[in-house]
Design a protein around this ligand. Structure first.
Ligand code: PLP
Length: 356
């Protein structure tokens, strides 16, 4: 029986995406060939890549605004490296917001390239909030932030106004809400949280911010070269890109990012209301910074762990154990998560309250 999958990543995708991608493994476009055995330069796959790139920009409202979408490999972690390589000048300075494990991973890589200023951090409280009221240095080459902190269950609900290019790791909330995406110079997102299987990263680049570092950038790390080669600099991750396209088509068919945002708000509200109401649970993130994608919570009394775990497992729920750096529970309620599954979890929490 299909489980209610609250895994943080790789994670749930729409059921129809699983079905269509499985079909393409057997026979893609009635070619008599699997998608796994065709050339990435074949007409059929080039069409997939073009549509995926165009649909990503369309869903974010970025068509015709000087942006290019790429589907690269190496995970979001590779962009921790590509970003400073492409934007941090030889004697320049990068600015970073430290809001969690992934943000600090990005900072670690930037430091290898040059001066890296962490302008605000929430490390002092185990990243349970988003820092506010900081100043962005006007002489920075860029400011890097992480819109949703997958591990800690916090999310940026507003972004700094700044004159420097804004770079954002949106791995775990891409396509989940409306924003003015034209505020960003680079947006990147590993596919495996909200878009597709592991193996490709969506990178959206505003072309006019490139080419200013004076660095001799290796080809595979150079956004300009990936743009020039239309995201085919080397063999792309054919199957993850195809599966991501199926998800993007699903997003579009379901009313786009605005409609999904409404559903995501409903799911998050249902679950947070229960966490706040139920005397046995407590949320870990500061209320105003709570994530609508990853809901982190604890049992007030850990002695009840076994009992609660038994109940959710019996309810066919999977993947809600918290990350080791927070403990407790984390329910990831990405775009593809139906409201029904969140209701099952809430029912289990209420059942637990009755029986404990
Ligand atoms: C999962 C995650 C990453 C790491 O992604 P990889 O594809 O494994 O490199 C980076 N940033 C955020 C916000 C994530 O959630």
């Amino acid at each position: 029986m299909k489980k209610h999958n609250f895994s943080a990543g790789p994670s749930i995708l729409p059921q129809e995406v699983f079905e269509k991608s499985a079909q393409a493994v057997l026979d893609f476009n009635n070619l008599g060939l699997s998608i796994l055995e065709i050339s990435h330069r074949s007409k059929d796959f080039v069409a997939v890549m073009e549509e995926a790139r165009a649909t990503a920009l369309e869903l974010l409202g970025l068509e015709g605004k000087g942006y290019k979408a790429l589907f690269l490999t190496g995970g979001a972690s590779m962009e921790f490296v590509r970003v400073p390589y492409n934007l941090l000048k030889e004697n320049g300075k990068a600015a970073y917001l430290d809001t969690g494990t992934w943000a600090s991973g990005a900072i670690k890589e930037a430091k290898r390239f040059g001066t890296t200023e962490v302008i605000a951090s929430s490390k002092n409280e185990n990243y349970n909030y988003i820092p506010k009221g900081f100043a962005v240095p006007t002489d920075a080459d860029y400011l890097h932030c992480t819109s949703n902190n997958t591990i800690f269950g916090t999310q940026m609900h507003s972004f700094p106004e700044t004159n420097v290019p804004l770079v954002c790791d949106m791995s775990s909330d891409i396509f989940s809400r409306e924003l003015d995406f034209s505020k960003f110079g680079i947006i990147y997102a590993g596919a495996q949280k909200n878009m597709g299987p592991a193996g490709t990263t969506l990178v959206i680049v505003k072309e006019d911010i490139l080419g200013n570092t004076g660095r001799n950038i290796p080809g595979i790390l150079d956004y300009s070269q990936h743009i020039a080669k239309e995201s085919m600099y080397n063999t792309p991750a054919v199957f993850p890109v195809y599966t991501s396209l199926l998800t993007l088509q699903w997003v579009k068919k379901n009313g786009g990012v605005a409609a999904l945002e409404k559903k995501n708000n409903e799911k998050a509200e249902l679950l947070y209301n229960e966490i706040d109401r139920n005397p046995l649970f407590t949320g870990t993130a500061k209320t105003e910074d709570r994530s609508k994608m990853n809901v982190t919570f604890l049992l007030k009394d850990e002695a009840h762990t076994e009992q609660f775990d038994k109940l959710w497992k019996e309810a066919n729920i999977s993947g809600i154990n918290g990350h080791r750096s927070v403990g407790g529970y984390r329910a990831s309620i990405y775009n593809a998560m139906p409201l029904e599954s969140v209701k099952v979890l809430v029912d289990v929490m209420q059942e637990f309250e009755r029986t404990v």
